[in-house]
Write a protein that binds this ligand. Structure first.
Ligand SMILES: CC(C)(COP(=O)(O)OP(=O)(O)OC[C@H]1O[C@@H](n2cnc3c(N)ncnc32)[C@H](O)[C@@H]1OP(=O)(O)O)[C@@H](O)C(=O)NCCC(=O)NCCS
Length: 129
C-alpha cells in the first residue's frame, strides 16, 4: 500500500489563492515565507472558529517543504484540528498546489500550528468557555 498523500486531504479547506510573481524568491519560485504565512492564516481561521474569540499563533512545528510552488499554481491550505488543551489548539495544516501546467495536485508543505485563545487584553483564555 502506498503512503503517498492523496488529494483532497483530511481537514477543512481554509485558504485558496493563486501564486503571484510578487512573492517569488531569487530562483523565480514562490518564497517559503509567503507559503508559511498563508498556512498560518488558514490555521488561524479554523482556530478562531473553534474558540470563537481572538487567537494568536504561539508555535509552528514540523514544517516541511516537500515540493516547490510555481507562479500561477492554485494554492490551497487545509486545516485539521488536533489536540485541544485548556487554551491552546494544535492544528495540522497542509498546503497543496494545483499546477498551472497540467492541473495535477501536489502536496507542497505540511506543518503543525499551535494557537492560543486570548481575551481582549491578549491573555490566554479557555478555548471552550
Ligand atoms: C501566546 C501567549 C498569549 C501565551 O501566553 P503565556 O503567558 O505563555 O500563556 P501560558 O503559559 O498559559 O500558555 C498558554 C497555552 O499555550 C501553550 N504554549 C505556550 N507556549 C507554547 C509553545 N511554545 N508551543 C506550544 N504550546 C505552547 C501552553 O501549553 C498553554 O496551553 P494550554 O492552556 O492548552 O495548556 C503569549 O506567549 C504571546 O502573546 N505570545 C506572542 C504571540 C504572537 O505575537 N504571535 C504572533 C507572532 S508574529
Amino acid at each position: 500500500m502506498s503512503d503517498a498523500p492523496t488529494y483532497p486531504p483530511r481537514g477543512e479547506l481554509v485558504i485558496r489563492t493563486i501564486a503571484m510573481p510578487a512573492n517569488t524568491n531569487s530562483n523565480g519560485d514562490m518564497f517559503g515565507g509567503w507559503l508559511v504565512s498563508q498556512m498560518d492564516l488558514g490555521g488561524a481561521i479554523l482556530a478562531r472558529n473553534t474558540a470563537r474569540s481572538r487567537i494568536t499563533t504561539v508555535a509552528i512545528d514540523a514544517m516541511s517543504f516537500h515540493d516547490p510552488v510555481y507562479v500561477g499554481d492554485i494554492v490551497s491550505c487545509h486545516a485539521l484540528l488536533g489536540k485541544t488543551g485548556r487554551t491552546s489548539m494544535r492544528i495540522e495544516v497542509e498546503a497543496w498546489a494545483q499546477r498551472h501546467k497540467g492541473g495535477e495536485h501536489v502536496r507542497v508543505t505540511t506543518g503543525i500550528f499551535t494557537y492560543v485563545a486570548i481575551d481582549d487584553h491578549g491573555r490566554p483564555q479557555p478555548v471552550h468557555r
